[in-house]
Design a protein around this ligand. Structure first.
Ligand SMILES: [Zn+2]
Length: 411
């Protein structure tokens, strides 16, 4: 396919990722980079560039989902991961990557899976169409922790190697080094129980500050970040004191721990859209979902919006992440569910858009995406309508450009 020297995108509105809006914007894309941004009349149209008119469209920086898992799973049955061949799961995950990209999500962070490290490579070499992937590889938790598989014999969990179980600072340090050796972009730890693990409680802490600190020291000295799954306030406190860079879920926050997150500049990925998922599946349980999981979902639904509002009002930096991993209701392609849920539970639409662009990029440690301005990577999305007056239009993605290449255009 012939590629023009560059593109000039002309639209109705532009949201820059920082909170600013341009009316009648023009964006010049040269190669893989944004060469200029301005309003009509103020920006020169370079010769030989293809002009793309996007009528009724709002342009945004490529959207970012800061919390997914490329699992290739399609049901809520706990045994599916163990009974589905890994090759099949990897092929499904490749399809999921394409779905995310077509929905306008040009960057995603995989918070723990064995597939993502390889899928990331397949995308970057051009084998698979998908978003830029920032991958954690194998997550780290304590024996009996959230990424342990509680119904299997311990030896079997260790043999499977889907996660690393560690029970001292030195074991944690060694696990962190192993994950970095695998090629992880960041490290995921678990400092509380969770909804998806059978025998623990989301409110109870896991790991010690010393164990978390061993991981963050190893990551930080090679310029990488650490994200912690932490639902109860004590698990959040352990993670923050241990030096993590982002808190995932944070379902049961209190004022003290919110203050600590603020002081340390820790990002918060509330995965708030799961409230909707929890409510739907409590009303109408999908096949295979275990009873204990429903009971835990019920335990969290009221606390989640409360914690989100507490952190939002206090000014904690919030990033958008869905925790979607493949099954129905948590399928790839529906990543806009999170900014939409954020607005539903009291966030200004402008802030929800910042959470899904600039804040998410910063949370991932990426400085070349997340804002739409000169010099950034040309990851650009167009939605039909104005997401500031109606956040739901984030579902109406009509244009996707990744790294200067148009991957979707339906206007
Ligand atoms: Zn997750």
């Amino acid at each position: 396919m012939r590629r023009p020297r560059g593109y000039v995108l002309v639209a109705d509105r532009l949201f820059d990722g920082r909170g600013g809006v341009l009316v009648n914007p023009v964006v010049v894309v040269e190669g893989s980079v944004v060469a200029d941004v301005g309003t009509r009349g103020s920006v020169e149209f370079p010769e030989g560039y293809e002009v793309i008119e996007l009528r009724g469209v709002t342009l945004l920086p490529g959207l970012i989902d800061a919390h997914v898992h490329f699992s290739g799973l399609r049901t809520y049955s706990p045994a599916e991961a163990l009974t589905t061949p890994p090759e099949l799961r990897a092929l499904r995950a490749a399809r999921d990557a394409e779905r995310a990209l077509m929905a306008g999500f040009t960057t995603v962070r995989d918070c723990g899976s064995t597939i993502a490290l390889h899928l990331k490579r397949a995308v970057s070499e051009g084998t698979v169409l998908g978003p830029t992937i920032v991958a954690a590889g194998r997550p780290i938790c304590q024996t009996g922790g959230h990424c342990d598989i509680h119904y299997l014999p311990l030896e079997e969990v260790r043999r499977l190697g889907l996660a690393l179980l560690c029970d001292s600072p030195w074991e944690c340090r060694k696990a962190a080094r192993a994950v970095l050796r695998d090629g992880a972009d960041f490290i995921k730890v678990m400092t509380s129980g969770g909804v998806g693990s059978e025998k623990d409680d989301p409110r109870h802490p896991q790991m010690s500050v010393e164990e978390v600190r061993a991981v963050t020291e190893e990551a930080h000295r090679v310029g990488k970040r650490v994200a912690s799954h932490a639902q109860g306030a004590e698990g959040v406190r352990i993670a923050v004191l241990g030096g993590v860079d982002s808190i995932e879920h944070g379902y049961f926050l209190d004022e003290e721990v919110v203050e600590l997150m603020l002081q340390r500049g820790v990002y918060y990925v509330p995965t708030l859209c799961l409230v909707e998922f929890y409510k739907k599946t409590l009303e109408n349980p999908p096949p295979g979902i275990p009873e204990w999981r429903l009971r835990k979902q019920e335990m969290c639904v009221d606390a989640m919006p409360r914690s989100f509002q507490l952190a939002y009002k206090a000014g904690v930096r919030i990033a958008s992440g869905t925790d979607y991993y493949g099954p129905p209701l948590r399928a790839f392609g529906n990543h806009a569910d999170e900014p939409i849920a954020m607005v539903k539970y009291g966030m200004r639409p402008e802030d929800a858009l910042v959470a899904a662009t600039k804040n998410a990029a910063e949370c991932l440690g990426l400085s070349n995406v997340g804002v739409l301005e000169r010099g950034k990577v040309a990851d650009i999305v167009g939605v039909l309508g104005d997401p500031i007056t109606d956040i739901e239009v984030l579902r109406r993605v009509v244009f996707v450009m990744k790294g200067g290449s148009i991957v979707r255009k339906v206007v």
